[in-house]
Design a protein. Structure first.
Length: 227
């Protein structure tokens, strides 16, 4: 009886290990293959596939490469993109927002030899693009000239690398780069340039605008009259 019980337990353990191995194998099989930039300045394939909602991966095995979409996104930059790297991997930011379809891309370092297509399947769900609303809170011209223009930005998701541009008419009077926004409401102050302060100081009232440039999302603008 003892041997028979041990045999049964061993058989159960063996079955469990086989099942676990099958699940692990299935997970690996379903993982999207990375986009590989090679040492001979080519991509390893002409087409790469991901599901909707996924961030594709760039793997560089030699030389220095990037992924740059041919099509521009709502922020006026490449629809999806990576920095240029000389080894390792980098996420191809922007692919998580794509709907199913085929999207051409290239390496901007080696555009003549490195071109390929990203195929997004109908599986999964695209992530929502980040968006924001901007409200200019400054009201007093003298205070804005001295301390900058205070704005409130309400973002739908956490955003890194946003920028804020303040304008008087069509003239840029201040800029704030590298802004990180939390989901919900955030506040920021756009300091004015010396020229911007000079322009405002000559006015008794002024209409100003502040535009938030949101990576992978549409710009958002708020306006106010300073008195």
């Amino acid at each position: 009886m003892f041997k028979r019980g041990m045999t049964g337990r061993r058989l159960g353990l063996a079955i469990a290990l086989v099942a676990l191995g099958a699940m692990v194998y299935a997970g690996l099989a379903l993982a999207a293959a990375p986009i590989i930039g090679q040492g001979d300045d080519t991509f390893s394939a002409s087409t790469y596939t991901i599901d909707q909602g996924e961030v594709a991966q760039l793997q560089v095995t030699g030389s220095s490469h990037n992924v740059t979409a041919n099509q521009n996104g709502p922020d006026g930059k490449a629809l999806f993109r990576t920095p240029t790297i000389s080894g390792g991997t980098a996420g191809v930011q922007g692919t998580q927002f794509l709907s199913s379809g085929n999207y051409s891309f290239f390496c901007s370092v080696h555009p003549s030899t490195m071109q390929a297509t990203l195929q997004v399947t109908s599986n999964g769900t695209p992530q929502a693009r980040p968006s924001a609303q901007v409200s200019v809170r400054s009201k007093k011209l003298a205070k804005a000239s001295k301390k900058g223009i205070l704005v409130a930005i309400t973002a739908t998701a956490k955003v890194d690398g946003a920028s804020l541009v303040a304008k008087l008419g069509k003239t840029t009077i201040g800029k704030l780069d590298g802004v990180s926004l939390a989901a919900g409401q955030s506040f920021a102050t756009v300091k004015l340039t010396k020229a911007g302060k000079s322009k405002l100081s000559k006015k008794s009232k002024a209409s100003v605008s502040v535009t938030a440039d949101i990576p992978f999302g549409s710009p958002a603008t708020g306006k106010a009259k300073l008195t």
